[in-house]
Design a protein around this ligand. Structure first.
Ligand code: NAD
Length: 351
């Protein structure tokens, strides 16, 4: 395994410095535990402009992938999705750790191949499923420690305005893949049935899609993704026996509603308030002989830059020599499973 000690800072190259790659460059420049040695982009002028914009005078523009890999210990691959597999194959074969933006590849088989290649070459792969690092999801997960988390129905909406970027893949791989990954991670059960439909409105692949995923444990997830919406939205609602949680990934907020006996709700409210978590009783419901109280809580969301947190996890994974040792990052195998589900959704749509 190509591990790094604390005293040796991994040398990083960002490959692809368009919209998201420029953010990777800025954040790597600010990370004191790594050295951004350079960038590579098909458009060399753009590469130079991005370095100048962030005021990085120490990094250089590489002119070929071979030259970039020779000078790197690890790479951020932020090129269009259809190029990830070829670039990552060369990088991993050369023994370089890879932070690959989501979706990892265009097919699940390619993702599995990259995973095998990483294992053979002692490299780690971090997949940029950035929503796992969204502070709202982190706060939601902390809040589930207070009750038995057993989701039965999940509703997700991920709606964006149209942008020509990322249209090399369908809305399923562009946007819905985030929610597929989160739902598989939360439900932790086998997918047994998928019903899906979608419409190619502006591009040659679906731009709006809906998928209903049924899990072996009875949970159902209803996911809607669109890249042709006027009003952007990134929300997930989770329902289970005696609890309902609403998460807003864009606003970074979480709301929890729980149904409990009155005494339990009173105690839970006091303990939340004592911990600084806003909480209040919303009223009572009479169910048979039992009088139940509705407790509302608003878990505290600690704001942070999710991509900077991902980069730090990538460095930790390199140091530990194991990407699966640094949750909540998505491993290559989890990314492959999300793609497998995405492939079934796509096949369902095609008829
Ligand atoms: P973009 O079109 O803005 O940028 C892509 C850049 O890659 C361009 O500068 C292009 O010149 C360069 N490029 C293309 N082929 C190349 C090659 N073979 N070698 C070197 N450079 C090459 O795209 P983007 O919006 O930045 O998206 C890039 C990737 O990031 C995609 O896989 C996308 O799915 C992913 N992404 C992830 C998120 C997220 O939420 N995690 C958000 C946006 C984009």
């Amino acid at each position: 395994m190509n591990t790094h000690t604390d005293s040796i800072k991994p040398r990083i190259v960002v490959i692809g410095v368009g919209h998201l790659g420029a953010i990777h460059v800025k954040l790597w420049t600010q990370n004191a535990q790594a050295v951004l040695v350079g960038v590579l982009d098909e458009n060399a002028e753009r590469a130079q402009a991005v370095l100048s914009e962030v005021g990085n005078l120490d990094s250089r523009v590489f002119t070929s992938l071979a030259e970039a890999l020779k000078n790197a210990d690890a790479v951020s691959i932020v090129t269009p999705t259809s190029t990830h597999f070829d670039i990552a194959t060369l990088a991993l074969s050369a023994g370089k750790h890879c932070f690959i933006e989501k979706p990892i590849t265009t097919t699940s088989l390619q993702a599995l191949e990259l995973n095998t290649l990483a294992e053979q070459n002692g490299c780690v792969i971090h997949v940029g499923h950035v929503e796992r690092f969204n502070p709202a999801l982190r706060a939601f997960q902390s809040s589930t420690q207070h009750y038995d988390f057993a989701p039965l129905f999940i509703e997700a909406h991920r709606l964006a305005q149209f942008k020509p970027r990322a249209t090399d893949v369908s809305v399923i791989l562009d946007l819905m893949i985030h929610d597929i990954d989160i739902v598989l991670w939360l439900v932790k059960s086998r997918v047994v049935q998928i019903d899906a439909n979608g419409v190619a409105v502006l591009t040659d692949t679906p731009d709006i899609a809906n998928a209903r995923i049924r899990f072996e444990n009875g949970c159902v997830a209803n996911l809607t993704a669109s890249r042709i919406t006027q009003k952007p939205m990134r929300k997930m609602r989770v329902f289970q026996r005696d609890a309902y949680v609403s998460m807003d990934f864009a606003e970074k907020s979480v709301e929890v509603f729980r149904l409990m006996d009155e005494e339990g709700a009173g105690n839970a409210m006091q303990s939340s308030l004592a911990g600084g978590v806003p909480a209040m009783m919303l009223g009572n419901i009479e169910a048979g002989t039992r009088n139940r109280a509705i407790l509302f809580e608003k878990p505290i969301v600690t704001d942070s830059n999710a991509i900077a947190a991902e980069q730090q996890h990538f460095l930790d994974a390199i140091r530990l020599g194991d990407a699966s040792a640094t949750p909540p990052a998505t491993t290559a195998l989890e990314a492959a499973e999300a793609l497998r589900v995405a492939e079934i959704i796509t096949a369902q749509m095609m008829g």
